[in-house]
Design a binder for this molecule. Structure first.
Ligand code: SF4
Length: 275
């Protein structure tokens, strides 16, 4: 759409709707104009910093990719916010590691927590360990503890940067692009989701981490290839996919689809706000 057409549309639409439509069109134009697939992680992060500044959030759970990207942000002095979701069920090692990373990179980390009233209501009704009882209750717990705080966080952003990689599971291999649009929950407003590390495999990542002396989460050394909440994350066995240790009790039983995605919902296209 030309600048003149955009201006005409600006006059015709009511102010809030006009603002959202223009915002969405700008994000759509980025997807058309830029070949994200052929950009390196550093190039994508640098572009996001220059384009969105504090309207771009690097959201991380402090696993390999997230910390590697924090390293890139520090090395290139990029102007990106860094945020994490504290589900209030993270292992103690994660809290200690967050402090270690903050000290190493002298960076601020926004910590997003679930709503305490919603947590109380959920646990009073279904118990603290509801995630054992059914796939639906596990997803409900993830919704209250992860997705809703995440939704609140990305209301403050135009660009959401995630550490998802294609080699993490067969589901992620088939569904992860380096750049896509998602909808803000309950709104028509779109958000640019970037996965700068999507194409890296673990070998490349570990080489980058070693070369740059990047700190790593201590639970990797205990056999956890994927680290989330305590209990719901477990070590994996040789030959298992990296996310096989998530909600292990649903593996190979009838409570989950045979094609269980091993996802909490944040990265599932078509679910909730994803488009
Ligand atoms: S990973 Fe487990 S404890 Fe954490 S939010 Fe999901 S179901 Fe709840």
């Amino acid at each position: 759409m030309t600048e003149a057409q955009l201006k005409k549309q600006e006059v015709e639409l009511s102010p809030p709707k006009r603002e959202i439509e223009l915002h969405n069109q700008r994000l759509e134009a980025y997807l058309e104009e830029l070949d994200f697939e052929n950009l390196s992680p550093e190039e994508i992060l640098s572009w996001a910093s220059a384009t969105f500044a504090n309207r771009a959030i690097l959201e991380t759970s402090f696993q390999y990719t997230g910390v590697a990207m924090i390293h890139m942000v520090a090395a290139h002095q990029l102007d990106l916010r860094i945020a994490t979701l504290d589900t209030l069920r993270l292992p103690p090692e994660t809290y200690q590691f967050i402090d270690q990373v903050k000290a190493r990179y002298n960076c601020q980390v926004e910590v997003c927590k679930p709503d305490s009233t919603q947590i109380d209501s959920m646990t009073e009704r279904f118990g603290e360990y509801l995630f054992f009882d059914s796939k639906a209750l596990q997803e409900y717990c993830c919704q209250v503890r992860k997705e809703r705080p995440h939704n609140e966080l990305i209301k403050t952003a135009d660009c959401w940067i995630s550490g998802v990689r294609r080699d993490q599971s067969s589901f992620r291999r088939d569904t992860t692009s380096k750049a896509s649009l998602v909808l803000e929950y309950g709104s028509r407003r779109k958000i640019l989701k970037l996965n700068p590390m999507a194409a890296w495999n673990e070998e490349q990542l570990l080489e980058y981490i070693k070369t740059n002396d990047i700190p790593t989460h201590p639970l990797y050394a205990q056999g956890y290839p994927s680290i989330g909440c305590v209990i719901c994350s477990t070590p994996t066995l040789p030959g298992e996919e990296k996310r096989a240790g998530r909600w292990r009790w649903f593996n190979n039983n009838n409570q989950a689809d045979s094609d269980d995605k091993k996802e909490c919902g944040l990265h599932v296209p078509g679910q909730l706000y994803n488009i």
